[in-house]
Design a protein around this ligand. Structure first.
Ligand SMILES: [Zn+2]
Length: 134
């Protein structure tokens, strides 16, 4: 049992590290830059350290991994069969945190946009994103 827990924690931690410069995030950044948007990344003074902040538009963008942030009805969000309850609690806690930090940002006058990892490959997401920012 302890071994499974350690393994789960380890892969969790590893994915946290990987999350620092994930590919979807880079794709979105490149796209924004190319379209003339200027942004800051990982702004720690804002609630939840948003992935991308567009000061001019007072908009923040989170690029969420479907598994870790529990993307509803998404094929990439499937709880592992082992230690299902443990994972369920963990993901629910993440969802709760997301909800709280997004509310704090909205209260501070920011527009909050969430881009899901599974949406990145869909070209239409980029046009939608521009509309949402402006
Ligand atoms: Zn998804």
């Amino acid at each position: 049992m302890a071994d499974v827990h350690d393994k789960a924690t380890r892969s969790y931690n590893m994915s946290r590290i990987r999350n620092k410069n994930t590919k979807p995030e880079i794709l979105i950044r490149k796209f924004l830059f190319k379209n003339g948007f200027r942004y800051r990344i990982n702004v720690k003074k804002l609630p939840g350290t948003p992935d991308i902040v567009l000061p001019k538009y007072k908009t923040v963008i989170f690029i969420n991994g479907c598994f870790w942030h529990g993307h509803n009805n998404c094929k990439y969000f499937k709880l592992p069969e082992t230690r299902k309850e443990w994972w369920k609690n963990k993901i629910e806690k993440n969802i709760d945190n997301d909800f709280k930090k997004q509310n704090l940002l909205r209260e501070a006058g920011y527009k909050v946009i969430v881009v899901w990892e599974c949406e990145i490959k869909n070209r239409s997401i980029y046009e939608t994103l521009i509309d949402e920012i402006k």
